[in-house]
Design a protein around this ligand. Structure first.
Ligand code: ADP
Ligand code: TRP
Length: 320
């Protein structure tokens, strides 16, 4: 079974990305050797139009993923743009893609409603994503609920191609994680870089403390009992704690006598204990930029062998 995921290098990574996407990806890749984890910088190009920023974000995300435990010897780990077969197949599949299929895309509507330019690239984003998946005969693609429709489009396009030109692509199964909770930001809303409410994964200790201490709370006095459910400090603490620790922290909230300032300090210590070794690992990798570039070059070489083979078959079947 081959599992495949793509992750967009679209900015500094935060706890929402860590628990909602990055750690589950590392876990999946660790459990399934020969999985594919790609940095989808061509998708990010639909929103980032600053060359330095895009290439820096991509490099940084590669370092992040390596620090979190992606093993490039076991996982096909590479940068999407280093494998030109993705864009080549995108053109070929786009000639089979009904306009109406993409016109129904929620993600296109949501993004343009948020003010992202309605470019042709943004419109055919799902076709490029389908190609990311189909080139590697991926069996399962773990995604959040928001990506479900993209997976359906990938399956539709694979079926249409197979029907028109003969059996070529594996139909990928989505693996939708219903359970992944939304990580709240310091203002209690969903943590997102577009809301400016993030706690960064790899910020230095001082910045981490500052971000944790900036969590917005109500004015319940120290001695009064507090409800942990729905409380941002408690929800964030739960990301790092085991069951017994969660229970104990909840009891302290309910008992009264613990102020929000103290609760934040406990959260900071807990988060820092989890993040400090990752930060350390990241610094070590960052000190060897050639290693990162070599890993990505080697990953692309391996990916091109798989994608190139599939692309030869496609070219032959369509007659180009
Ligand atoms: P942002 O909202 O900061 O722009 P992205 O949309 O780039 O983040 O998300 C990248 C990945 O991280 C996606 O898989 C998304 O589901 C996950 N993710 C982002 N924010 C959160 C969050 N607050 N809670 C859980 N998962 C999140
Ligand atoms: N669209 C996905 C997202 O925003 C990123 C992505 C691109 C992807 N290509 C992929 C995810 C292939 C899974 C498989 O999260």
């Amino acid at each position: 079974m081959r599992a495949l995921t793509g992750i967009q290098p679209s900015g500094i990574t935060h706890l929402g990305n860590l628990f909602g996407a990055m750690l589950p990806i590392v876990d999946l890749c660790t459990k399934n050797p020969d999985s594919v984890c790609m940095l989808v910088n061509l998708h990010a190009l639909t929103t980032v139009h600053d060359a330095k920023q895009l290439s820096q974000n991509t490099f940084d995300l590669a370092v992040d993923m390596l620090a979190l435990g992606i093993d490039p010897k076991e996982t096909n780990f590479f940068r999407q743009s280093d494998v030109p077969e993705h864009t080549e197949l995108t053109w070929i599949l786009s000639t089979l893609t009904p306009m109406g299929l993409l016109q129904r895309s929620h993600s296109f509507k949501d993004k343009t409603a948020k003010g992202i330019e309605a470019s042709v690239g943004l419109f055919i984003y799902p076709v490029l994503m389908a190609c990311d998946i189909l080139l590697y005969d991926a069996d399962v693609v773990p995604v959040g609920k928001d990506q479900k429709q993209h997976l359906e489009i990938a399956r539709d396009l694979a079926e249409k191609f197979n029907h028109t030109f003969g059996e070529t692509f594996v139909l990928p199964e989505p693996q939708i994680s219903e359970t992944t909770a939304v990580v709240p930001g310091v203002d209690g809303e969903k943590m997102s870089k577009s809301y400016g409410n993030t706690i960064e994964i790899f910020a230095d200790e001082k910045t981490l403390k500052k971000q944790v201490m900036s969590i917005v709370t109500d004015s319940t006095p120290v001695e009064e009992a507090k409800e942990p459910k729905g409380n941002t400090i408690y929800q964030l603490y739960c990301l790092f704690a085991d069951e017994a620790e969660k229970r104990e922290f909840a009891e302290r909230f309910r008992a009264g006598g613990m102020g929000y300032g103290d609760a934040k300090k406990i959260l900071f210590e807990k988060a820092n204990a989890f993040l400090a070794p990752l930060r350390e690992k990241r610094m070590q990798i960052l000190a060897k930029p050639d290693f990162v570039n070599d890993v990505l070059a080697e990953g692309a070489k391996k990916a091109r062998i798989i994608a190139g083979k599939k692309m030869s078959e496609v070219r032959r079947k369509v007659g180009v």
